[in-house]
Design a protein around this ligand. Structure first.
Ligand code: PDD
Length: 287
C-alpha cells in the first residue's frame, strides 16, 4: 500500500511529497513540528500536542498555515489513507518559501506538511529488559522548550548512542545535571524512593507524555518532585526511565557503564507503563 502525505492542502503520494528548495525549514531550520502517537487507530493526546504546536509557532512568530479544525481533519484523512493501526502522525510547519535572507520574509506563506508512519509498538523485550543510555554534553541552544526542527545536536547525540549500542543519549548540562534525552524526557527514582524529573523550563522540551505520566503519577498517589538531578545521582538511582510519544514509558537499566538498581526494570516504571498503556486507549485517546 503506497503512503500518502499532506502538503499545503494536497494529498500526494509520499514519494512525490516535496517542498521547494528555498523553504525556510530546509535552509534555516525555521520551523516547528509535532509527533502524535497513534495506537489502535486512535490519536493520543491530540489537543495537548496541538496546544504545544500553537505555542511553538507563537514563540517563533510563525502564523498558523491552516486552521486548527482543518488540521485535525487533515490528520485524520492522512491516517485513513495510510491504513495502519500503530504509528505516528508527524506535523511540520515552517515559515514558508522565500528568497534566502535571514530575517523574516514579508510575504512568505507558512507551510504545512503531515505524514504518517507505521511503527510497531515498542517491543516487549525493550519493556521487559529495559534499555541502555549513554551521557553526552548538552550542546543545544537556550530555547529547548520550542519544538523546532533544528535538531542537529540531538541527531549527533542519538547517533553516538546508536554507535554505542544504546537506545538513548542523556544530555548533561554544565552543572552536571541531566536535562533530557535526545528525543525523550528523563526520569529517575532515587534510592530513597523519590520519583524525580526535571521541571519544565527553557532547558527541556515539556513533553506531552511527561505531562500525561505526571497526571498518572498523581492518580497513583506516588511521591514525586520536579527538580534537576545529576548524572551521578541517576547512576546511583534505584530506577530510571524515559518518556516520549514513541517510547511511551521505557525503563532504563544502564547509564554509561553503570547498572541502574538491580539491572532490571523497576516497579514504578512498570506500573507507570501499564497505566500509560491504559491511558493511550482510554482518557488520552480521540478518534
Ligand atoms: N521527540 N525531549 C525531546 C528533545 C524530544 O524530541 C521529545 C519528543 C521529548 C518528549 O516529548 P513528547 O512526550 O511530547 O513526545 C522530549 C519526538 C518523539 C521526536 O522528535 O520524534
Amino acid at each position: 500500500m503506497s503512503r500518502i502525505a499532506y502538503v499545503n492542502g494536497r494529498y500526494v503520494p509520499h514519494r512525490q511529497a516535496s517542498v521547494h528548495v528555498e523553504d525556510r525549514g530546509y535552509q534555516f531550520a525555521d520551523g516547528v513540528y509535532e509527533v502524535v502517537p497513534v495506537v489502535d487507530d486512535l490519536l493520543v493526546d491530540e489537543e495537548p500536542h496541538l496546544d504545544r504546536l500553537d505555542r511553538s509557532l507563537r514563540e517563533l512568530r510563525i502564523a498558523w498555515p491552516i486552521r486548527r479544525a482543518a488540521l485535525k481533519i487533515a490528520m485524520r484523512e492522512v491516517l485513513r489513507r495510510n491504513y495502519f493501526q500503530h504509528g505516528i502522525i508527524y506535523i511540520q510547519m515552517t515559515r514558508g518559501v522565500a528568497r534566502r535572507d535571514h530575517p523574516f520574509p514579508k510575504l512568505a506563506q507558512p507551510a504545512v506538511v503531515i505524514t504518517a508512519a507505521r511503527r510497531p509498538r515498542p517491543g516487549a523485550a525493550m519493556m521487559e529488559d529495559g534499555v541502555k543510555v549513554i551521557s553526552v554534553p548538552d550542546i543545544r541552544w537556550g530555547r529547548c522548550d520550542i519544538k523546532t526542527v533544528s535538531l542537529l545536536p540531538n541527531v549527533l547525540a542519538k547517533q553516538q548512542a546508536r554507535e554505542a549500542g544504546a537506545y538513548e543519549a542523556w544530555l548533561v548540562d554544565e552543572d552536571g545535571n541531566v536535562t533530557e534525552g535526545g528525543s525523550s524526557n528523563a526520569w529517575i527514582v532515587t534510592r530513597e524512593g523519590e520519583l524525580v524529573t526535571r521541571p519544565s523550563g527553557h532547558e527541556i522540551l515539556s513533553g506531552i507524555t511527561r505531562r500525561s505520566v505526571l497526571q498518572l503519577v498523581r492518580e497513583e498517589g506516588l511521591d514525586f518532585v520536579e527538580r534537576p538531578f545529576s548524572l551521578e545521582e541517576a547512576k546511583r538511582a534505584r530506577e530510571a526511565f524515559v518518556t516520549s510519544a514513541t517510547s511511551y514509558v521505557t525503563p532504563v537499566v544502564e547509564i554509561d557503564e553503570a547498572v541502574v538498581g538491580n539491572g532490571k526494570p523497576g516497579s514504578i516504571a512498570q506500573k507507570l507503563y501499564a497505566a500509560y498503556r491504559g491511558y493511550m486507549t482510554g482518557a488520552g485517546a480521540t478518534r
